[in-house]
Design a protein around this ligand. Structure first.
Ligand SMILES: *[C@@H]1O[C@H](CO)[C@@H](O)[C@H](O)[C@H]1NC(C)=O
Ligand SMILES: *[C@@H]1O[C@H](CO)[C@@H](O)[C@H](O)[C@H]1NC(C)=O
Ligand SMILES: *[C@@H]1O[C@H](CO)[C@@H](O)[C@H](O)[C@H]1NC(C)=O
Length: 386
């Protein structure tokens, strides 16, 4: 390394001391299954669904210097209902998924979160987030078992264990089930992943849509149980979603629920339990109220060491003028580079990503080595090597 860059590094590093991974969710792999039961399963790759657009990932890495992509897929496509949830995969589908993960991690050198976008349910994604049987529901004869969920993750982990830039996101947004079963399913997955010999970073959801504001709330809170998991590799963090609108759903255009207030109890819980967290879904519309609250949220994460990574919701290849969040259903586009609104004006990429998020992407992120709860060596994009 040149002496000049070593001397400059401490000045640049001031932007963030604690965020190691920053980027966008790539939503599109879960598309095309909505409708009558069975719709889009298995579906046609490139028509019903697609994981990433390489050109969009190129812009987000080469120009925006993002190092994290959360890539959604459906369990029913990876592990088809005809054979059931488990270690038998649709190899054609897996091949497409692996192409996307390899593009992000090997070609671009960024990190990838594998995201089964299934709400802790399996066998019918046709009316997500409510359709399908809750995994591990022993009173539902159609439900996949907790053991099957473990078998699924053991197989997926065995296929990615030699790629230290792959992060296992156990499940998107469990809800309307007991927190005990969320923990049991998570633990079965952790056990199977480690039994497969994979030491990759795991991020684990809680109950109630894994909402940060809800972590300590209600009669069956995530906070009561989700510190009880065991990971022999000590490499599991908590996966949080947190929207800023009135009901934390991400469907409204007005941001009124600020992160510092609503994440305070979660942050204290993380600190008490010596745990780290990623926030893998959050966002806002193109108005000044949301711009302020999103900036505050990004600054909140980078000033609290419990938070080590984030992905905004969402980029992805198939959004067109539709918006992934936060617009009262207005078609204002997405965080995909080049996205446009329905009226042809610039989309959320230009109106929210570039002005609001991009200035708060840390100058230094981790670009090399294993993803871990402790992070890794930080460097600028230019100094990342290889
Ligand atoms: C479990 O299955 C039973 C029987 O189908 C159903 O009544 C119950 O609501 C299910 N529990 C959950 C959490 O979905
Ligand atoms: C995990 O942490 C425990 C407790 O600090 C320690 O005893 C153990 O050696 C660690 N295991 C690994 C694989 O680092
Ligand atoms: C948000 O973007 C849309 C589409 O470009 C535009 O019509 C609207 O005026 C913008 N809203 C604000 C508050 O800037």
């Amino acid at each position: 390394m040149k002496a000049t860059s070593a001397l400059l590094a401490p000045l640049i590093a001031g932007a963030s001391a604690t965020i190691y991974y920053a980027g966008v969710a790539e939503s599109g792999g879960e598309f095309g299954a909505y409708g009558t039961p069975g719709t889009g399963i298995p579906g046609t790759f490139g028509k019903d669904y697609q994981f990433i657009n390489q050109a969009g990932v190129d812009t987000h890495v080469d120009k925006n210097h993002l190092n994290l992509f959360r890539i959604a897929f459906l369990l029913e496509r990876m592990s088809p209902p005809s054979t059931g949830l488990g270690a038998t995969f649709d190899e054609t589908h897996f091949g497409h998924f692996k192409d996307a993960v390899d593009y992000v991690t090997v070609t671009k050198g960024a990190y990838a979160i594998l995201d089964p976008h299934n709400y802790m349910r399996y066998n019918d994604p046709s009316a997500q987030p409510y359709s399908g049987s809750v995994i591990g529901n022993s009173s539902d004869p159609k439900a996949a078992t907790t053991a099957q969920f473990g078998e699924f993750w053991g197989e997926l982990a065995s296929r990615f264990k030699d790629n230290e830039k792959v992060i296992f996101g156990l499940m998107n947004e469990p809800h309307d089930m007991t927190t005990e079963l969320v923990l049991e399913n998570n633990q079965a997955a952790i056990d199977a992943i480690r039994a497969a010999g994979a030491e990759n970073l795991i991020i684990m959801p809680g109950n109630s849509w894994t909402g940060g504001h809800a972590w300590t709330e209600g009669s069956d809170p995530s906070s009561a149980l989700l510190n009880k998991f065991k990971d022999p590799a000590n490499n599991t963090a908590i996966d949080i979603h947190e929207y800023l609108d009135v009901d934390f759903s991400g469907s409204h255009a007005q941001c009124v629920s600020d992160a510092a207030t609503h994440l305070a109890d979660l942050t204290a819980w993380l600190k008490t339990n010596n745990l780290k967290a990623f926030i893998t879904e959050f966002g806002g519309a193109n108005n000044t109220g949301c711009a302020t609250m999103l900036k505050d949220m990004l600054n909140y994460m980078s000033s609290n060491e419990e938070y080590i990574g984030w992905t905004a919701w969402a980029a992805g290849p198939f959004w067109g003028p539709n918006s992934p969040c936060c617009t009262d259903s207005a078609q204002l586009g997405s965080l995909e580079p080049g996205s446009t609104a329905a009226d042809g004006t610039p989309g959320l990429y230009d109106t929210v990503w570039l002005p609001v998020f991009q200035p708060l992407v840390p100058e230094e992120l981790q670009w090399n080595g294993k993803a871990t709860v402790n992070g890794g060596e930080l460097s600028t994009f230019e100094a990342r090597g290889n």
